[in-house]
Design a protein around this ligand. Structure first.
Ligand code: SF4
Ligand code: SF4
Ligand SMILES: [Zn+2]
Length: 131
């Protein structure tokens, strides 16, 4: 299973490859761009990925960008998980998805076991070490 792939970057800038729901073994969520029926309940009802203003692959192409809803999500993630959707989208805009993923490899690879960690956990779910 690959944790880092362009298909796993959600319209909001979330990298689903870092999501605990994607990384866990049981009831795994396949990521935002998959069918709703296969996703976690929370994300199946997400108003960002189902937004009527979304025309391109990412919110950054929208005329309302960054809308209040996206800003609220970004703020929650910055506070709680030390990650910013808006910074991700900016990096994708400026450097392209491939370079963004190269940087994600560096940012999110556990320095103990070399697996990709989850943004939602303080410890690596593969080796248990804090990262
Ligand atoms: S739960 Fe949401 S954020 Fe996590 S992998 Fe599924 S769609 Fe992505
Ligand atoms: S209105 Fe907000 S959620 Fe909808 S596409 Fe634009 S930025 Fe994304
Ligand atoms: Zn590890």
């Amino acid at each position: 299973m690959s944790h880092l792939s362009p298909a796993l970057i959600a319209p909001c800038g979330m990298n689903c490859g870092l999501c605990i729901a994607y990384q866990r073994e049981k009831n795994r969520c396949p990521g935002c761009r998959e069918e709703d029926a296969k996703k976690s309940h929370y994300c199946a009802r997400c108003r960002i990925s189902h937004c009527e203003h979304l025309t391109g692959p990412f919110c950054s192409g929208c005329t309302e960008f960054p809308c209040a809803r996206l800003k609220r999500l970004d703020q929650r993630y910055r506070k709680k998980y030390r990650m910013s959707m808006l910074a991700n989208l900016q990096e994708i805009e400026e450097e392209g998805v491939s370079e963004f993923l190269n940087q994600e490899e560096i940012r999110w690879r556990c320095r103990h076991c070399k697996e990709i960690v989850s943004v939602h956990r303080d410890r690596c779910i593969h080796c248990g070490q804090e990262w």
